[in-house]
Design a protein around this ligand. Structure first.
Ligand code: PLP
Ligand code: COI
Length: 356
């Protein structure tokens, strides 16, 4: 193990809550481990991270997070293999994206040492909380928000970085029915769509609630200008298979540069699957659904892994996707999870050992 360069003080929880947890029936992101990592940014610098019992934090009502929404987060997972070793998946990419989000929201970047050493120390302390059941994992939520005070509409001078851990089961149970959005937008050119910032998600809740009332679980976001170009599916990147070609939209300042998305593109290439990264239109998928060439649609993301889409709704019509055996979604999910849980060789260099 590399020597730690940070002095991470640990205050242990007096009593562990772990005996209250039913690891066989884990929901997604709704119970939290015994500890969290907390790190404050004050006087222009990050202090040393501390590990403390998971619990409430105190903030002034004038903290800028409440008023101007300076907040960012990441989503990662830790996995245990059959021998009990702990693994992460491409965590340095999450750190890099965290700082991309920070910079867009005029927040201070966090050094890789604080992020990675803090995370590893936290996971080692709460190691027993990492589920050992297939399909479950430790969902990791690093986040940062403006704790500095003031009603002046300008960036805060103090921030809090926290990592909390939630042993989690699947994000979706089964396949997903989606509604292609014709009115609302998730993001716009020059906006913050590519940043993992809270408001991006809050803005999705109302349109998603409306879609749920109509019987859909997620919204497929289209471009804000024409609503003709397919962009993302809820909090996932979206892939469409027409014939034998796998298509996804290009990343832009409207679309999150998903780590699962870019992994899928690499896996496709390694499996000689033809891919196209290009603008994908609603007209094209409706046409493909009608003429039978639309074979698969799926969402991709850390929380949801690879989630097949069973049907999409558009302009009052539903288009069902036939169930397909050994589809691209199955291949992608298997390849990714086999690497994540250390069940297969990792030819890509994505698996990251926590003890290394
Ligand atoms: N798109 C959005 C809006 C997301 O919130 C996420 C989740 O992180 C993704 C895509 C997928 O990204 P990743 O695969 O890095 O988790
Ligand atoms: C993730 O996939 O990790 C995300 O951040 C999505 C989240 C909104 C649950």
């Amino acid at each position: 193990m590399k020597p730690s360069t940070l002095d991470i003080k640990i205050e242990k929880a007096k009593n562990s809550k772990i005996s209250q947890v039913d690891f066989n029936n884990l929901a997604f992101g709704s119970i939290f481990s015994d500890h969290m990592l907390v790190c404050d940014y004050k006087n222009g610098a990050w202090e040393s991270p501390k590990i403390v019992p998971y619990g409430p934090i105190t903030l002034q009502p004038s903290a800028k997070i409440f008023h101007y929404g300076q907040s960012i987060f990441e989503g990662m997972k830790a996995y245990k293999d059959v021998d009990g070793a702990m693994w992460l998946f491409r965590p340095i990419d999450n750190h890099k994206r965290f700082n991309i989000s920070a910079s867009r929201m005029a927040m201070p970047e966090i050094p890789e040492s604080h992020f990675m050493e803090g995370l590893k120390a936290l996971l080692k302390l709460d190691e027993k909380w990492i589920p050992e059941i297939d399909g479950s994992a430790m969902y990791i939520r690093p986040f940062m928000f403006a704790s500095g005070e003031g009603f002046h509409a300008s960036p805060a001078d103090e921030y809090k970085f926290i990592i909390a851990l939630a042993p989690s089961g699947a994000y979706f149970s089964g396949s997903v029915k989606v509604l292609i959005e014709e009115k609302y937008s998730r993001s716009a050119n020059g906006g913050v769509g590519y940043a993992k910032t809270g408001g991006n998600y809050a803005g999705q809740f109302h349109p998603t609630q409306l879609a749920k009332l109509k019987g859909y679980q997620q919204v497929v976001w289209t471009d804000d200008h024409t609503h003709e170009n397919i962009e993302e599916a809820g909090a996932m990147n979206i892939f469409v298979r027409i014939g034998d070609t796998l298509i996804t939209g290009p990343t832009s300042d409207r679309i999150l540069d998903g780590i699962t998305r870019k992994s899928i593109l690499q896996i496709a290439e390694a499996n000689a699957i033809k891919t196209e990264v290009r603008t994908l239109t609603v007209t094209e998928i409706v046409e493909a659904a009608k003429n039978g060439t639309l074979k698969e649609m799926f969402g991709a993301g850390t929380a949801a892994v690879v989630s097949p889409i069973s049907a999409f709704g558009y302009k009052g019509e539903d288009y069902d996707l036939p169930e397909i055996e050994n589809g691209y979604a199955d291949l992608m999910k298997k390849t990714i999870t086999d690497i994540q849980y250390n069940r297969a060789a990792d030819n890509y260099g994505w698996r990251y050992g926590i003890d290394i």
